[in-house]
Design a protein around this ligand. Structure first.
Ligand SMILES: [Zn+2]
Length: 160
């Protein structure tokens, strides 16, 4: 798990992934297309394995930073509301003489907070503003050449 924000360079950090047929292995290729100076643009980058030109949607560095900030704000808001609500329910349950239902609901809310906020906090650090528009190619973290679930959720499937 990455704790610091990933850099936002002129080209995406994620790499183009071509899956080797019949295996769980990907061949990764750096994306050579550059980000737009503002907004979002549909562009393409060559695949070094099959030679196809793969369509991509790239967003500007400003958009990426804005999206990261938006995800961070959303994560903090959900964290405060959910964990705070859970603590209030626990306190309410204690005040009612250890009533089990509010205390249990509060405990569940607090315990589920990391799961409900994890995606927002991850996106606040790792959003790259790059999407593959070709279902045959995905975008993956550099070095993530095997199809397995990693702690970063490093497999970025095609789609919007
Ligand atoms: Zn390819």
């Amino acid at each position: 798990m990455r704790l610091r924000q990933a850099p936002v360079d002129a080209t995406p950090r994620l790499e183009l992934a071509h899956r080797v047929p019949g295996s769980d292995v990907y061949r990764l290729h750096p994306i050579t297309a550059r980000r737009p100076s503002a907004g979002t643009v549909d562009t393409a980058t060559p695949c070094g394995t099959c030679g196809e030109t793969v369509p991509l949607r790239l967003s500007s560095a400003e958009w990426v930073r804005s999206q990261r900030n938006r995800q961070l704000l959303l994560g903090v808001t959900v964290l405060l509301v959910q964990a705070g609500g859970g603590v209030l329910l626990i306190v309410w349950g204690i005040r009612l003489g250890w009533s089990i239902l509010p205390a249990l609901l509060g405990f569940l809310l607090v315990m589920l907070t990391p799961f409900t906020t994890g995606e927002q906090f991850r996106d606040s650090r790792e959003e790259d503003g790059a999407v593959s528009l070709d279902p045959g190619h995905t975008l993956r973290e550099p070095g993530n050449t095997y199809d397995h679930v990693d702690s970063d959720g490093g497999n970025y499937e095609a789609g919007l």
